[in-house]
Design a protein around this ligand. Sequence first.
Ligand SMILES: [Zn+2]
Length: 177
Amino acid sequence: MEDAHRITPVIQLVVDTVEIRRRAGTRRPFVVASCLPDLEAGEFSIVDGRLDIDLVIEAVTEGVRATGTATGHWTGPCRRCLEPIVAELEVEVHEIFERNPTEGETWPIEDERIDLVPVLREAALLGLPLVPLCREDCPGPEPERFPTSVGVDVDLSEDAPPPDPRWAALDEFRFDE
Ligand SMILES: [Zn+2]
């Protein structure tokens, strides 16, 4: 179903920004299928490292902005029954690149180019589910022996939140004087 020749090599995820930055307001679509190696975290991974990238790259005051989505599939074990799950992954990309990037906030422009690999890697890994279930009512590996509390509404919230202090102040206000 997919044409292997159209998979973009990692190297092409480095984008030259000279043209984009030359004219403010230039919006360049960047739509590719990529294969990034080692897209995994613990027992979870992106299937084949494959991400379909649909971005717009444009010049902004600070430098260059990339916005759009990356989609693919993740796989990993069900948290209850440990059966492998394969499900769709879609992550939003909304990143700024600049010459003097702020650690943890923006990405570098180096030699007039931006490298989308670390951006996509981070977005994809952050998009992995924390506690996936193969299905919402997965009964676990041995439901006979270890029934789960599926279907029972467990109230995880604390006791009722304290009343808003502003209303408390009104309570003290006596109208019957
Ligand atoms: Zn399961």
